[in-house]
Ligand binder design. Structure first.
Ligand SMILES: [Zn+2]
Length: 346
């Protein structure tokens, strides 16, 4: 009971930002007010309740992402990591030479996904954690991002256990999210402004389609034998060739813009039609540019593009060759699918 009392008082000191003596005074006053009907612990819980601070074990139910609201101060939650962003260092305001660091993640549970931002030493978790890992988080807080979405933050009061035994095993798996990266493992999620000239691995960019370049027919001729562009294949016979789709977009994620080319499957998924269907439509219309009517529907939409980043030496700019495009809520779709697949087995 004394341990309980101490932990509640500690929580009040932390969360209410009041000195311990002040908290003890409030508790004493409450006991008097209630004429000895409550214990020290009971009075401490009542004070906490009055201050809007969660202390009772019964109130401290583990939250789900869907329950998160802005301004929560003591969130306990178990989530799975969907994406890990690179750790960032920044100069502390008004403290020249003093740097801070933060790392962010996209995490999910069976109710949704959210961004998790970790500050200070906690940010080092991004070195060890990878998609699919479980995080048991206590004492996180919430706030809204610039778009008004709720996100979770962790600072020095927050405790995080990485892959604790027997916890979170029932959370949706993210292995299926390999589709984020065209199937070869999870790509590193980056902001456009952070992209390097020659990214060593695939990257994912979550960005809004600003423009689709629509002056040229969205097809190129490929070699029937190897599937490469006829311009790149000098080995095979090209008396008959196969059409493949190509789309060129401008993406913007708020940190920068990048030109991105989508070939074949990636272009198909953006157009939501197969190459054969696209060919047929172009033929029926008598003009391949008609396909941009379909493509332009995604202008203004936020999507996740995964692929390689390269420097275009001719134009001296970075470009992305995307090999997959996913809806931002793809994780949710995967989860639904997994649930449906699991259901009959139960
Ligand atoms: Zn060839």
């Amino acid at each position: 009971m004394q341990a309980d009392f101490d932990s509640v008082v500690r929580k009040l000191v932390d969360d209410a930002h009041l000195p311990r003596e002040e908290i003890l005074k409030l508790i004493e006053a409450k006991k008097k007010e209630l004429a000895g009907l409550v214990s020290d612990v009971g009075a401490a819980h009542i004070i906490a309740n009055e201050l809007g601070i969660q202390t009772l074990p019964s109130l401290k139910t583990v939250s789900k992402i869907d329950d998160l609201r802005p301004g929560m101060s003591a969130v306990d939650i178990v989530v799975r990591i969907l994406r890990v962003f690179e750790k960032k260092e920044f100069e502390r305001k008004g403290q020249a030479g003093q740097t801070g660091q933060l790392a962010s993640f996209i995490v999910l549970d069976e109710t949704g996904t959210t961004r998790l931002v970790l500050w200070g030493a906690l940010a080092n978790l991004s070195d060890a954690a990878k998609p699919g890992d479980i995080l048991k988080i206590s004492n996180a807080y919430t706030k809204t991002d610039l778009q008004g979405r709720v996100e979770m933050h962790g600072s020095n009061r927050t405790r995080i256990a990485l892959n604790p035994d027997g916890v979170g095993e029932d959370l949706p798996k993210v292995s299926a999210a390999g589709s984020y990266s065209g199937g070869s493992g999870i790509a590193k999620e980056k902001e456009i402004s952070e992209l390097l000239e020659n990214e060593p691995t695939q990257v994912s960019v979550r960005a809004i389609v600003m423009k689709i370049f629509d002056q040229r027919a969205p097809f190129f001729e490929t070699c029937q034998t190897c599937g490469r562009s006829v311009n790149l294949c000098a080995e095979h016979d090209h008396s008959t060739t196969k059409k493949a789709l190509i789309l060129s977009l401008l993406l913007d994620d708020g940190t920068g813009v990048i030109r991105t080319t989508l070939f074949k499957n990636a272009a198909e998924s953006l157009l939501k039609m197969s190459t054969e269907e696209a060919e047929k439509l172009a033929e029926l219309a008598g003009n391949p540019l008609v396909l941009y009517t379909a493509a332009n529907k995604v202008v203004g939409t936020e999507l996740v593009f995964t692929g390689r980043v390269k420097k275009n030496a001719v134009f001296d700019r970075m470009e992305m060759i995307a090999n997959s495009v996913s809806e931002v809520n793809v994780a949710e779709e995967i989860r639904k699918l997994e649930k449906e697949l699991e259901e009959p087995a139960k």
